[in-house]
Write a protein that binds this ligand. Structure first.
Ligand code: HEC
Ligand code: HEC
Length: 268
C-alpha cells in the first residue's frame, strides 16, 4: 500500500561525484593538507574553489541546491537538520540500516570523520521551508485523528505523542532528532512504511520501529497527512533539548538519540 517512488536519472550526478571522491578522500586522510598548488609549480592546473559547498556538489545534485530537497518528494532536505541526526543517517546508509545504492556507493569510501563534517556543514545552512503542499483526499475526521496521535499519542497503545520526542514545535531536538514539518507527504509515507517493513532501521534500540508497530497503517496515513499540511512555526530551529514530560517507557528508548532518555533532558 505504500507508494514506492522511483528515483530520477540524473546525468550530472556522475561528474559531481568524481569531484567529491577526489577531494573528500584527500581531506579525509589529511584534513589540514593545503589545497592550493604551490605557486612555483609550472604545471597549469584546473582551479576550483575548495570549500564544503563545492565538495558537496555531488550531494546537492540529488538533494537540491544547498540541500533544500529535490523537486519531487524523493530526495530529502538536508539543510538545517540536526548534525547528529544527519551523521547518524550517513552511518545508517554506510552500515546497511538504510538503503539507496547510488548514495551508499558514494559515501562508502569516506571516513566517519568526513561524514560528520558534511553533516555539520548541512546542519548550519539556513534556508526557508516550502509551503505545505499535501493534497491527498482525506476526511477532516481522519486528519483530526492524525493531529491527536501527533500531539497526544495514544495511552491505550502505550504510544507517546510524536511531540514528546520530536519537540513541541515538531522542528526536531538537538542533536539527533529530526523535525517532522516541511517534509513532503510522499517522503513521510515512504519512511514510515520503510520502518514497518524493516527496510529502514535506526541504531538499536530502534524506537521508531516500536512507534510504527503501535499504529495501524490507516492511522499512520492520518498522521503523515496531518503533518504534511502544517506550516512551519516562526522559529524553525530544532529545540535545544527534549520537552519536559513523563519519562519515556523503557521499550521506547532510542539508541540513536540518547538525549531523549537522559536525565539531563526534560527541562523546560
Ligand atoms: C543519486 C542521488 C543521491 C546522491 C548523489 C546523494 N543522496 Fe543522499 N539521499 C538520496 C535519497 C534518495 C535519500 C532518501 C532515501 C530514503 O528514502 O531512505 C537520501 C538520504 C540522505 C540522508 C538522510 C536524510 C534524512 O533526513 O533522513 C542524508 C543525510 C543524505 N542523503 C546525505 C547525502 C550526502 C552528504 C551526499 C553526498 C555525499 C548525498 N546524500 C548524496 C539520494 C542521494
Ligand atoms: C520515543 C521517541 C520517538 C517518538 C515517540 C517518535 N519518534 Fe520519530 N524519530 C525518533 C528518532 C530518535 C528518530 C531518528 C531515527 C534515526 O536516527 O534514524 C525519528 C525519526 C522519525 C522520522 C524520519 C524523519 C526523516 O527526516 O527521515 C519520521 C518520519 C518520524 N520519526 C515520525 C514520527 C511520528 C509520525 C511519530 C508519532 C506518531 C514519531 N516519529 C514518534 C524518535 C521518536
Amino acid at each position: 500500500m505504500w507508494k514506492l517512488l522511483k528515483p530520477l536519472k540524473l546525468p550530472k550526478v556522475w561528474m559531481a561525484l568524481s569531484i567529491l571522491a577526489c577531494c573528500a578522500a584527500a581531506t579525509a586522510q589529511n584534513p589540514t593538507a593545503p589545497t592550493a598548488s604551490p605557486a612555483a609549480s609550472s604545471t597549469p592546473r584546473v582551479r576550483f574553489e575548495d570549500n564544503m559547498a563545492e565538495r558537496t556538489k555531488a550531494c546537492t545534485a540529488c538533494h537540491g541546491d544547498q540541500g533544500r530537497a529535490g523537486p519531487d518528494g524523493y530526495y530529502p532536505r538536508l539543510a538545517g537538520k540536526p548534525a547528529g541526526y544527519l551523521h547518524n543517517q550517513l552511518r545508517n546508509f554506510a552500515q546497511g540500516r538504510r538503503h539507496y545504492e547510488l548514495m551508499t556507493r558514494l559515501i562508502d569510501p569516506l571516513s566517519d570523520a568526513y561524514l560528520g563534517e558534511m553533516a555539520r556543514y548541512f546542519s548550519t545552512l539556513e534556508l526557508p521551508y516550502p509551503k505545505p503542499s499535501a493534497s491527498n483526499t482525506i476526511s477532516a475526521e481522519r486528519l483530526a485523528k492524525g493531529q491527536q496521535l501527533v500531539t497526544q499519542g495514544d495511552a491505550s497503545r502505550g504510544l507517546p505523542a510524536c511531540t514528546q520526542c520530536h519537540g513541541v514545535r515538531l522542528t526536531g531536538v538537538q542533536h539527533h532528532v529530526p523535525g517532522l514539518l516541511g517534509l513532503p507527504l510522499d517522503y513521510l509515507n515512504a519512511q514510515l512504511g520503510a520502518w514497518q517493513t524493516g527496510q529502514r532501521k535506526a541504531h538499536a534500540p530502534d524506537c521508531m520501529a516500536e512507534v510504527v508497530k503501535r499504529i495501524p497503517s490507516e492511522d499512520l496515513i492520518a498522521v503523515s497527512s496531518w503533518l504534511a499540511r502544517q506550516a512551519l512555526p516562526a522559529d524553525t530551529h530544532p529545540a535545544p533539548r527534549p520537552p519536559a514530560g513523563p519519562p519515556l517507557p523503557a521499550a521506547l528508548r532510542c539508541g540513536s538519540a540518547p538525549e531523549l532518555s537522559s536525565t539531563a533532558g526534560g527541562q523546560p
